[in-house]
Design a protein around this ligand. Structure first.
Ligand code: TMP
Ligand code: MG
Length: 425
């Protein structure tokens, strides 16, 4: 038997809920995968929002896959953002047979169907307007941040990837502003280059010069009115000048860990689930980054998610025998040459030629070619984070990416898709 009570916790953008579940069997908990369902009404909960009721269903362990609710007589979706489970023996329970489980769910209150559409006129359907089948498959696709030009096509690819199975799947992802956050509380988060630029090991003069480069070249990088051909030589210029400046700073290999620890870098919400899920199901994660490899590796190492299924191709620093940075190793990777021209000589794609289903994650138009080196792609789902200049860039992103996530600092949608592909039957 399962019983439940819940109360609302304070939350700003979303809504928090705490659920107490009582379960009576230890083996189920040990197995880590028993299903439960519970339903509660305002009358039974303490502090539940007026007129609210919630249903939850899911599994013990990490996975929560469906939470639905009613508020003020309208159906709202409570999208799971995180979940944790604690267990203790019930008071007064003499044996190990009765356990009290505490499940903490962090939920985002997503609008009922149709609301987002009314608020944001756009010829392309938002996630909230997708047909019910997609919502059933991947509830996260109904978040208001989701834009999809061809929903049926997208659902077809997702279904097909699932049919092919996890042994055929690989994830290819950009790092900066894709796995890492673009902003937090209105402030920009640093890229792997910025982490070095802002650190104590770079002189004031060096900092100013690097910032000047950023202010000059970044608007070019994201300018929707320039072609890739125009941008490419300018990006080579930016990267070369930045790497030259950094190479003059006598940066020590031994200082990298501390530089990262002291930085403001943040991985997107839900990164743990993404990395852990891929690791658990032996799905390779290939990070293809124009950032600084030594820095990004340290970020994921400190986050405890640098699992053996993760491979990185990026710009790596070259240190002399005393551990002092002397230059960057080639070939140079910038935003607009992320394709097989820089992957030649890396064995990675050869090893993965049987992984013909690809989920590609990026935030720039340059990330779209990251899978070009894979010999025989059968299914590819391109998910693009549109972080900056959303209105200006929307059209291009919708044409190029299958799913566009507008100003969404989370990996919820990617995790939802993976959960559907890897777990649910
Ligand atoms: P990514 O391909 O992993 O996203 O990394 C590229 C990002 O790094 C790109 O958005 C520009 C940024 N960048 C800096 O922030 N500072 C620099 O000095 C350079 C060369 C790039
Ligand atoms: Mg990026």
């Amino acid at each position: 038997m399962v019983g439940a009570a819940w109360s609302q916790a304070p939350g700003s953008a979303g809504m928090g809920a705490r659920s107490r579940l009582l379960a009576d069997t230890l083996p189920e908990l040990r197995a880590g995968r028993s299903s439960y369902g519970h339903c509660c009404s305002p009358a039974s909960g303490t502090g539940a929002p007026q007129g609210a009721a919630m249903r939850a269903s899911g599994r013990f362990g990490k996975r929560i896959f469906s939470v639905r609710g009613k508020r003020n007589r309208r159906r709202w979706r409570f999208l799971p953002r995180s979940a944790s489970l604690g267990a203790r023996r019930s008071r007064g329970s003499p044996g190990a047979a009765e356990l009290e489980l505490e499940l903490e769910l962090e939920l985002e209150l997503a609008p009922p169907r149709g609301c987002a559409a009314a608020a944001r006129p756009c010829p392309v359907r938002s996630g909230a307007e997708l047909n019910g089948a997609s919502g059933e498959m991947v509830p996260e696709l109904e978040k208001a941040t989701v834009r999809i030009k061809h929903p049926e096509h997208v659902m077809g690819i997702i279904r097909s990837i699932k049919e092919q199975g996890m042994s055929k799947l690989q994830v290819i992802s950009d790092f900066d502003m894709t796995l890492s956050r673009f902003g937090c509380n209105g402030r920009r988060c640093p890229t792997s280059h910025n982490i070095l630029d802002n650190s104590h090991v770079v002189s004031e003069d060096g900092k100013k010069k690097l910032k000047d480069l950023l202010h000059y070249y970044y608007p070019i990088e994201i300018d929707p009115d320039r072609t890739l051909e125009e941008k490419r030589p300018l990006m080579v210029e930016w990267w070369s000048r930045a790497h030259d400046l950094l190479s003059q700073q006598k940066i020590l290999k031994g200082d990298i860990a501390q530089i990262v620890r002291e930085s403001d870098v943040m991985l997107r919400d839900g990164f743990n689930e993404l990395f852990d899920q891929l690791h658990e199901y032996d799905v390779p994660l290939f990070i293809f980054s124009a950032g600084v490899g030594d820095i990004l590796e340290e970020i994921i190492r400190q986050a405890n998610v640098f699992h053996p299924n993760v491979n990185v191709v990026s710009n790596y620093m070259d240190f002399d025998d005393n551990g002092v940075l002397k230059c960057f190793k080639g070939p140079l990777i910038h935003t607009y040459n992320k394709n097989n021209t820089v992957l030649q000589g890396t064995e990675y794609f050869q090893q993965l030629s049987t992984r013909t289903s690809i989920i590609l994650l990026g935030d720039s138009m340059g990330d779209l070619t990251m899978a070009d080196g894979v010999p025989s792609v059968e299914n590819i789902l391109k998910v693009g984070f549109l972080n900056d200049k959303v209105e200006e860039q929307r059209g291009k992103y919708l044409d190029a990416y299958d799913i566009v996530l507008e100003s969404d600092e989370t990996l919820d949608v990617v995790n939802g898709i993976l959960r559907y592909i890897l777990i649910e039957t």
